[in-house]
Design a protein around this ligand. Structure first.
Ligand code: HEM
Length: 271
């Protein structure tokens, strides 16, 4: 019997953004290597998204900014704080996969993370030490902005957002401390909550809110957990967005010694 020719189904046409560039007459392009194909595919995908969203304009506005003369390492402290926050968020997601916020299971789940889960002790260690790193960085960053006079007009609002970020960072440390649910974390949290209660006007209400009632009870731990892993990080992420928007819009402050040099020059010019 004669062999029938193989018929393959017609290929659907590629969208314009995926079309290969037109070939010059007589030229032969060598076939792309796999990694070149991957890069080209990625570029096309980014181009496809950008054509529909124009996000590259916003990214350029945010990333390509002029910075004042004399900008130095002290200006990296804000970004360092942000990366500490991101590291906390990523390690926190992995811890949440194993942690159980119940009064009978919490301690056991942390023991499991530390002793049995794959890389559990490492991830838990990163989260625990990372929290101290973030607190230190946020204070040093605040000191930098204070000593460089960056809180003055027109950046007062960014300072106020920064104060909210500072309080929320402390709230993260405070609510996270209870979660291992060992003797130390339990009694330290009772002390902390009692200190809150001595605050004027809102103190006692804040206490009842944190404890989920007039006394520590079974719901207190899950309340701390919800505040620690959803409420506060969500607000922090939103405020960092606003903080960075203002940094991009207003630019950063020049170091004070640069201003002094400028003034000196002006004085010489006017003399
Ligand atoms: C989660 C905490 C925070 C993050 C992630 C963060 C992030 C940043 C970043 C990336 C910058 C631009 C680069 C730089 O100047 O370092 C910045 C600038 C600034 N931040 Fe923060 N920040 C935080 C907390 C604070 C706090 C606690 C304050 C003060 C109370 C503050 C006040 C400011 C001010 C005033 C600027 C403008 C600096 C200038 O114009 O030179 N920030 N922040």
């Amino acid at each position: 019997m004669p062999k029938l020719p193989k018929i393959s189904p017609p290929k659907p046409p590629l969208p314009p953004s995926m079309q290969p560039p037109p070939k010059k007459a007589g030229s032969k392009n060598p076939p792309l290597k796999p990694h070149e194909q991957a890069i080209e595919g990625g570029t096309h995908a980014i181009g496809w998204i950008d054509e529909r969203t124009s996000l590259s304009g916003a990214a350029r506005w945010m990333m390509f900014r002029k910075v004042p003369k004399g900008t130095n390492w002290f200006y990296t402290l804000g970004s360092a704080t942000m990366f500490a926050f991101l590291s906390q968020a990523v390690t926190g997601v992995f811890l949440a996969m194993y942690y159980n916020p119940s009064v009978t299971q919490a301690y056991e789940s942390v023991r499991y993370i530390n002793n049995e889960a794959f890389l559990g002790e490492f991830v838990h260690g990163m989260h625990k030490w990372g929290s101290s790193v973030m607190v230190i960085l946020v204070f040093v960053h605040m000191a930098r902005t204070f000593f460089f006079g960056a809180y003055k007009y027109p950046r007062e609002l960014n300072w106020v957002i920064g104060v909210a970020l500072l309080i929320l960072t402390m709230a993260m440390s405070f609510t996270g401390y209870l979660l291992p649910f060992d003797q130390r974390s339990y009694w330290a949290t009772i002390v902390g909550v009692n200190i809150n209660g001595t605050g004027p006007l809102v103190g006692p209400y804040l206490n009842d809110f944190l404890r989920a009632g007039p006394f520590f009870n079974a719901t207190t731990l899950s309340r701390f957990y919800a505040i620690h892993m959803m409420l506060v990080p969500g607000i922090i992420a939103a405020l960092i967005g606003a903080h960075l928007y203002l940094v991009a819009k207003l630019g950063t402050t020049a170091p004070p010694w640069m201003k002094a040099e400028e003034d000196e020059q002006l004085r010489e010019e006017s003399a």
